[in-house]
Design a protein around this ligand. Structure first.
Ligand code: RIB
Length: 280
């Protein structure tokens, strides 16, 4: 069983299911409100665990009731939380999410305690693979990139400036099409694999400017696309660390991402291995 560490965010997601996503300045009413555990780091950790890896999460929550809600499915799912920090002076991260009937969403994140996971308090774990995203300070991701020894994956989400050393160190960089356009030519600094997702149109892996794998997800009825990218990131890392070829791993990751779109909520929707294999 592969051993994966995730350094990243933990959020409580407040999810409003709406008939249509609001335009700027528009008020949309008649939403149905739910609360789900989320955060890109926590989602990726739980997804990797449900897909069969042994996983620990390094993150930071507030000293509040929202933390327990946000951590509930990680605890139930058996993600290692010994390295989790509790900030005395910041609330647990919160995401405000609106989901339309098409499954598309708008997400606004208030990072709260996730900002307290600074490089000074980070202890970089030993593992077969490390996954980072950008909902914790980018300096923390840079430190992890510099010190970690194994397979290093960075999901450049949400798009923000990162130290070039992160791109140079990454064995695997994952972006969606919006992030890919945002980073533009700066992604040329990556010597490793770059996986780019294009929603229902599928995904590619390129290396040195050449596509080395191309895959399409299975057709599904999308309910909520939240955490599809997180599931894709976890699945691709799990599969590559297991020794699957880039093509096999990409097909597995596309199926996992699609499966995560079939249920409402981030963590309730994360599939287990059997559910993904049924779709591959
Ligand atoms: O990627 C989905 C996640 O983004 C949500 O769970 C939300 O918390 C935001 O971090």
């Amino acid at each position: 069983m592969s051993n994966i560490a995730v350094i990243g965010s933990v959020n409580l997601d407040l999810v409003a299911t709406v008939k249509k996503l609001p335009a700027p300045g528009e008020t949309v009413t008649d939403a149905v409100l739910n609360r789900f555990p989320g955060g890109k780091g926590a989602n990726q950790a739980l997804a990797a665990k449900r897909l069969g890896a042994d996983v620990r999460l390094i993150g930071c929550v507030g000293d509040d009731a929202a933390a327990e809600e946000a951590l509930a499915l990680l605890r139930d799912g058996g993600v290692g939380l010994d390295d989790l920090r509790v900030a005395a002076d910041a609330p647990t991260g919160t995401a405000l999410i609106a989901v339309a009937p098409s499954g598309e969403n708008h997400i606004v994140v208030a990072p709260g305690a996730n900002r307290s996971l600074t490089p000074e308090v980070l202890s970089v774990p030993a593992a077969d693979a490390l996954i980072c995203q950008l909902e914790v300070p980018t300096e923390t991701v840079a430190r992890a990139a510099a010190e970690f020894d194994g397979f290093f994956c960075v999901n450049l989400a949400p798009a923000k400036q990162v130290d070039v050393t992160v791109l140079q160190r990454a064995d695997l960089v994952i972006v969606n099409e919006i992030e890919s356009a945002w980073y533009g030519e700066s992604l040329n600094a990556c010597p490793g694999m770059i996986a780019t997702t294009v929603g229902a149109a599928g995904a590619t892996i390129s290396k040195g400017g050449e596509d080395i794998a191309v895959a399409k997800p299975p057709r599904i009825e999308a309910v909520d696309t939240t955490a599809a990218g997180d599931t894709f990131t976890a699945a691709l890392t799990v599969a590559l660390v297991e020794g699957q070829s880039p093509q096999q791993a990409l097909e597995f990751a596309c199926a996992a991402g699609a499966a995560a779109c079939t249920k409402l909520g981030a963590q309730p929707s994360l599939p287990n291995r059997d559910q993904v294999m049924a779709l591959v």
